[in-house]
Design a binder for this molecule. Structure first.
Ligand code: COA
Length: 699
């Protein structure tokens, strides 16, 4: 058995504080243990601890070699992303890596959990890399708007070749230890013994130093590299971080390594301070908070999921559960609906297989997780039920009541309502504690957002079950309270209405769509309407017509478009004309005429809108509604509202989100935008505390 003698820390922190790195000796080996919970991120304490430890082992004549290893559940998850928003405190990572290379004794990295970003760069500067089979490695910097900054773009290609390095660095993809071993990144995968023992054995057999930076880049044909470059640039869609990563990796073949390292560092420093990197960091931390629940409630155990309603949403939900290898029973009343549902499930699973998002090896295998039934009675034994029938209070109430008396007493009952009052639905079941909302977005198998709705009486464990489901099926859970439209649809309704106000004041659909696309939305609101169909919103407007306050500003243009039978792409025309076939849709003079005639009729002053004005009004509208949602406790934070707009409404994650964007403006600019939105809305505009909302972004 190996005995480890702990030696005193080389970099003890303040009195009583555990140090982030400690040196332990085992015979002639030194274990340099990184202990910086939760994920051993390479913070300044870790970097200076490493320097001390390397110095310590170098000076000790009894030590022949060193092994860097992580305490806890992982090696090093990367540089400390929290430090990236300001000047990096010295020593910086390249200094540490240079010390490893300059150390006359070999130093290896022993990897378990994850070696990502700066963590993998640390390992690449070592003389050997040993890993457990389930460890993962990767350079995800481009997903944070940067490039690797501590030699990743220079050392990796010396092991894998340029083409493979281009793929890994520009995609940020994480790969398992076995794949990494095949590519030459990992020298040895430990099996049948502990990581420490396996690493010790491997290192004792090393003949000396092997400095990766001094290796030559393996030869590859020009065409192989050119193909990898094209592929990377195509997937990178014009993003600067990707283009810079390509350039840096290619430098490995042409520049002296020290020169290429200096260039890489300079690019990293520049991109680290970019707006895109700041937005992506904001998203990163927001996502980590999103699934966290207040309190200690544990999810109820779920093995089988029941889905009621085999329409577009229900079938999509069944498919994403099956894709995660959950067993599903999909219920619909008629054989024909079930048959159609089966087709939708298969189509979604085939699509998920195509993009590599199936746990199973094939769509057929995943489809085997779905059973079909024509009666709710089939759900008597399931653990979680998701009701996805027609969006109508009476219909949903009937189904939920039936479910409540059919399913087990400890089962969670979720409804996929978009607009109905969850508390009213929950009360109708007589077991409101078991009821939550799971608001999926269409197409379910593509959209990452899932609003997990907390009813007034939802048991925290039922809510935790919803969050658990979201994570299990690869969705991003955002907890929302009960109100019409929850977070996303409530903001979107105000945003659309504001765009329609501008239609009435002289703007045209294409101008507005283009302005919104420049603001950060992947599609403008009129193009979105055409894609999803105008009829659902039309039906809802008709339902609400009787209760609408006549003093509220109401734009009737959309109703007139619908009355002309223009219901969007599916009818060949909507806000735009699609008669030319696929594509963006052409501006239609009929719509232009209609918009202008209606505007004249309303007697609103007409003007030419500057793009910034359109964007400012929309941003003001979104911010105000977001502030109300936060104050009402419907949303938990500004960052979670941004996540909703990014993951459910196509706002660019590279711009953080509308609230993040507003946090880059002055308070006076924000006030002016909200004021413009208020003026245009007129009656019924409730003002939210936008300043507090933006303060929550916390830059
Ligand atoms: N820097 C700072 N904090 C980090 C971090 C990093 N590189 N990586 C993770 N964290 C923090 C998270 O914010 C979270 O903090 P919290 O508990 O205060 O919310 C905590 O570590 C745990 O992270 P989480 O993602 O919830 O844990 P996990 O076990 O699900 O996943 C990882 C672990 C390592 C796979 C995942 O955290 C990850 O992918 N990290 C990012 C790695 C990365 O991009 N590195 C490159 C940086 S250039």
């Amino acid at each position: 058995m190996t005995m480890i003698d702990s030696s005193p820390s080389q970099n003890s922190g303040a009195a009583g504080e555990p140090s982030a790195v400690r040196l332990e000796t085992d015979g002639d080996l030194a274990f340099i243990v990184i202990d910086n919970p939760p994920v051993n991120a390479s913070s300044v304490a870790v970097r200076s601890g490493l320097l001390d430890a390397i110095e310590g082992m170098s000076a000790d004549p009894n030590i022949k070699a060193g092994i860097i290893i992580g305490a806890g559940s992982t090696f090093v998850a990367g540089s400390d992303i929290k430090e990236f928003g300001r000047a990096l405190p010295p020593p910086e990572l390249p200094t540490v890596l240079a010390a490893i290379e300059a150390c006359p004794k070999p130093i290896a990295a022993a990897i378990h959990g994850a070696a990502l970003g700066g963590g993998l760069e640390l390992a690449l500067a070592c003389d050997a890399r040993i890993a457990l089979a389930d460890a993962i490695v990767g350079l995800p910097e481009v997903t944070l708007g940067m490039i690797p900054g501590a030699g990743g773009t220079q050392r990796l290609p010396r092991l894998t070749g340029i083409a493979k390095a281009l793929d890994l660095v520009t995609s940020g993809r994480r790969i398992g230890a076995r794949e990494a071993a095949k590519l030459g990144i990992i020298d040895h995968v430990v099996e049948g013994t502990s990581l420490r023992d396996g690493a010790a054995e491997f290192v004792r057999a090393l003949s000396g130093k092997r400095v990766v930076a001094e290796l030559s880049v393996p030869y590859e044909p020009e065409e192989t590299i050119a193909a990898a470059e094209q592929n990377a640039l195509k997937s990178g869609r014009g993003r600067e971080a990707v283009a810079e990563a390509v350039k840096a990796v290619k430098n490995a073949a042409v520049l002296p390594v020290r020169e290429a390292l200096a260039e890489e560092r300079a690019t990293f420093q520049r991109l680290r301070n970019s707006e895109e990197a700041a937005a992506l960091r904001y998203n990163f931390f927001a996502e980590r908070q999103a699934g966290k629940l207040d309190g200690s409630a544990k999810a109820r155990a779920v093995k089988t999921v029941g889905v009621v309603g085999a329409g577009t949403m229900g079938a999509g939900i069944a498919a994403v559960c099956a894709a995660a290898s959950l067993d599903v029973i999909l219920v619909d009343a008629s054989a024909a609906s079930l048959e159609a549902g089966k087709g939708r499930v298969t189509a979604a699973l085939t699509d998920l297989h195509r993009v590599g998002k199936l746990k199973a090896a094939s769509a057929e295998e995943a489809a085997g997780h779905v059973a079909y039934a024509n009666d709710i009675a089939a759900l008597a034994g399931v653990d979680l039920i998701i009701e996805a029938v027609f969006e109508d209070m009476q219909v949903k109430t009937g189904v939920l009541q039936r479910l409540a008396t059919t399913v087990r007493a400890d089962a969670v009952i979720a409804t996929n309502t978009s607009y109905l009052d969850l508390d009213q639905l929950a009360e109708a079941t007589n077991r409101p504690q078991d009821v939550i909302g799971l608001h999926f977005f269409a197409p379910v198998h593509r959209m990452r957002l899932l609003e997990v709705v907390r009813g007034a009486k939802s048991d925290p464990a039922a809510l935790a079950t919803g969050v658990w489901l979201a994570k299990t099926i690869g969705k991003l859970p955002i907890i929302a309270g009960v109100c019409e439209g929850f977070i996303g649809n409530r903001i979107y309704a105000k945003y659309r209405a504001q765009c329609e106000f501008m239609l009435e004041e002289g703007a045209l659909p294409r101008e507005l769509d283009t302005a919104m696309e420049d603001l950060g939305f992947s599609m403008g609101p009129f193009a979105v309407s055409d894609l999803s169909g105008l009829d659902i919103a039309w039906a809802m407007r008709k339902r609400k017509a009787a209760t609408r306050d006549p003093r509220e500003r109401y734009v009737g243009i959309a109703d007139q478009i619908c009355e002309m039978g223009r219901l969007g792409r599916k009818t060949g025309a909507g806000w735009y004309d699609y008669s030319a076939g696929s594509g963006r849709g052409a501006v239609d003079p009929v719509v232009t005429e209609l918009v202008q005639a209606e505007s004249r009729k309303q007697g609103r002053p007409q003007k030419a809108f500057a793009k910034a004005e359109m964007q400012g009004r929309v941003l003001g509208t979104i911010l105000n509604e977001a502030a109300l949602l936060l104050a009402e406790g419907i949303a938990r934070s500004a960052a979670e509202i941004d996540l909703v707009l990014v993951n459910g409404f196509g706002f660019s994650k590279f711009r953080g989100g509308p609230i993040f964007q507003a946090s880059r403006k002055t308070p006076a600019e924000v006030d002016a935008m909200v004021e413009a939105a208020a003026q245009a809305t007129g009656f019924g505009f409730r003002r939210g505390d936008v300043a507090s909302l933006i303060a929550g972004v916390g830059n």
